[in-house]
Design a protein around this ligand. Structure first.
Ligand code: DQA
Length: 139
């Protein structure tokens, strides 16, 4: 099984960015842990702060991977383009968020991605990503 995690803007700053909301661990450190934890899965990771690059990566990942775990960060709430990319591809996408976006500002309550995602996992800290990975495993 091949899965890719695609992270959007400012998630390269995990560990130092608003640690009370996003925790103190860098994504790189967390990614090493999940690579070990899910060693039977071929896990890849991509991050960009640029909307079009995220769309390019979603298109590239289609068919190449068995699943996409997407945290589009702020673009979740603004990007029709990323929403359309998720709709356009056939590889299933699980939307994840580290924080509980519903307990935050109202502009974080909407998503252009959810309607076309296989599922949505919100608010479990970095564990949201491991829950998303587990959702692709056979029962
Ligand atoms: C986020 C929530 C978004 O509202 C925010 O813009 C982010 C991160 C999360 O993972 O909690 O950058 O997607």
């Amino acid at each position: 099984m091949k899965l890719i995690i695609i992270n959007g803007p400012n998630l390269n700053l995990l560990g130092s960015r608003e640690p009370e909301t996003y925790g103190k661990e860098s994504f790189e450190a967390y990614f090493s842990q999940i690579q070990f934890q899910f060693r039977e899965i071929e896990l890849s990771f991509y991050q960009s702060n640029i909307e079009g690059e995220l769309i390019d990566e979603i298109q590239r990942a289609d068919k190449e991977f068995d699943g996409i775990i997407l945290n589009a960060a702020a673009y979740t709430h603004t990007s029709i383009g990323i929403g359309d990319a998720v709709k356009a591809i056939s590889t299933p996408v699980v939307e994840v968020h580290i924080s509980n976006t519903f307990s935050r500002e109202t502009f974080r309550h909407s998503s252009y991605i959810s309607a076309n995602a296989k599922g949505v996992i919100i608010g479990f800290g970095l564990q949201s990503y491991d829950l998303a990975i587990s959702s692709f495993l056979p029962k």
